[in-house]
Ligand binder design. Structure first.
Ligand SMILES: O=C(O)C1=C[C@@H](OP(=O)(O)O)[C@@H](O)[C@H](O)C1
Ligand SMILES: C=C(OP(=O)(O)O)C(=O)O
Length: 439
């Protein structure tokens, strides 16, 4: 579907009872940790999006047998921490920053040579944030622009890496996870400190596989840190992946802003390091309820019931940002439909995602009539805007394509979204789901 244009227009209220595809962050990690564990890992509700398929392809190239009996079921025959083999070719992560950065950490501890690359977007995203601390651990990594850009070549020696205590300036689960994964191959305890808590799926899942991980319990005194002991024996697990809250977010906003809508989205991951979107939408006046709250495979899960409501503008910044970083494109659409102004700050990270999400959102939503002021680290959005259908571009960014599609539901006339196939990266079936909910 890559490159395809899709025409979207509002057809009426959204009604339904549905699930969204499995969580992308958790699906990646299940394949990676399953490959590094001994024995079989069975993954249910795996996300068959392009990014997670890239992760499977990379581990297959390193000799791991991975079968996919159905699109959402994956079986990994793990070979243990030392069981990966030198790939015969370049490892291609496609569009996936998570694959690129977490694998750089894993590959740093291997006794072989490997090269990682990806698409145009990946080759323009910053990699120095992981190569710099990994080099401090003794890894040999070469790459473009002094190893700050992919392709990256990792020349592993198989000798243990140096365990470090590293403070990252950016709260990022990809940086934290890359270092913790290299720490599996360290000579002691590796610690990562961050300014705010980023998503903790790595810590939760690696602990379930048998790693010894400690996280700060009193951040006001200790700050936010995660530590890992080296060379644990990881054991294969059964993992049921919750629905992706980052995908559910598009439907939470759609149902909030399209009058007379009501949706029940079942089985959504509501990990407190990921649920900022619910908190902000509720603060804006959205009607969202959580039911059937439970823990599945170490992750909190709930059903979300959302109804249309009138929204108010808000201010988003600080430690909320890592808890909703991927949801800012769709929050910008919610803000366009809210009364008053919405200010988003402390979100400069958006500029180095699959696209420069601040510039692209402002540029594309303006084509639909929106008034948005760009800041280096966010934007100010004027609410209660009358949007008009237009021809807009996703710039190959899945979250931009979906945010524009939801804006199109409340615009006058129809909107053509160019390169809408990008949605397959994280939410295959997005457009057919949207259509179904409006019938
Ligand atoms: O670790 C992960 O699975 C992810 C971490 C976040 O990136 P950063 O770590 O760069 O903030 C997020 O934006 C990305 O979609 C997935
Ligand atoms: C930023 C994202 O993913 P990644 O960094 O893995 O490409 C995303 O899914 O919005």
């Amino acid at each position: 579907m890559q490159g395809q244009d899709v025409v979207v227009k509002g057809l009426g209220p959204l009604q339904g009872d549905l699930t969204v595809p499995g969580d992308k962050s958790i699906s990646h990690r299940a394949v990676m940790f399953g490959s590094l564990a001994k024995g079989q890992t069975r993954i249910k509700n795996f996300l068959p999006g392009q990014d997670c398929l890239s992760t499977i392809a990379c581990f297959r190239k390193m000799g791991i047998a991975i079968s996919q009996p159905t699109a959402t079921e994956v079986i990994v025959q793990g070979q243990g921490l030392q069981g990966l083999q030198e790939p015969g070719d370049v490892l291609d992560v496609g569009n996936s920053g998570t694959t690129m950065r977490l694998m750089t950490g894993i590959l740093s501890g291997q006794p072989f040579f490997s090269v990682l690359t990806g698409d145009d977007s990946i080759r323009s995203r910053p990699m120095g944030r992981v190569t710099e601390p990994l080099k401090k651990m003794g890894a040999t990594i070469l790459g473009r622009q002094d190893s700050k850009k992919a392709p990256l070549a990792v020349a592993g020696t198989g000798r243990p890496l140096q365990a470090i205590d590293y403070s990252t300036p950016v709260a990022s689960a990809q940086i934290k996870s890359a270092i913790l994964l290299a720490g599996l191959y360290g000579d002691g305890i590796t610690t990562v400190r961050e300014p705010h808590r980023s998503r903790d799926h790595t810590e939760r899942m690696l602990t379930a596989f048998g790693a010894t991980i400690r996280q700060s319990t009193n951040p006001s005194v200790e700050g936010f840190f995660s530590s890992i002991e080296s060379f644990p024996t990881l054991q294969g697990q059964d993992i049921e992946v919750p629905g992706d809250i980052s995908s559910a977010a598009f439907l939470l906003v759609a149902a909030s802003i399209v009058p007379q809508s009501q949706l029940r989205i079942r089985n959504v991951g509501v990990n407190p390091t990921r649920d900022g979107i619910i908190e902000v939408l509720q603060a804006m006046g959205s009607s969202i309820q959580q039911e059937n709250e439970r823990i599945v495979a170490g992750e909190p899960v709930a059903d979300l019931i959302v109804k249309s409501a009138s929204l108010q503008g808000t201010t988003i910044g600080g430690d909320l940002i890592p808890r909703l970083i991927d949801e800012i494109p769709i929050l910008a659409v919610a803000a366009l439909c809210a009364q008053g102004k919405t200010v988003i700050r402390d979100a400069a990270e958006l500029r180095v995602k699959e696209s420069d999400r601040i510039a692209v959102l402002a540029g594309e939503l303006r084509k639909m009539g929106a008034t948005i002021e760009e800041h280096p680290d966010g934007m100010t959005i004027c609410g209660f805007q009358r949007l008009q259908g237009a021809t807009v571009e996703s710039k190959g960014d899945h979250r931009i394509a979906m945010a524009l599609a939801i804006a199109a539901l409340v615009a006058e006339g129809s909107t053509t979204i160019q390169d809408a196939g990008a949605v397959d990266v994280s939410f295959p079936g997005f457009f057919s789901t949207l259509k179904l909910l409006q019938q």
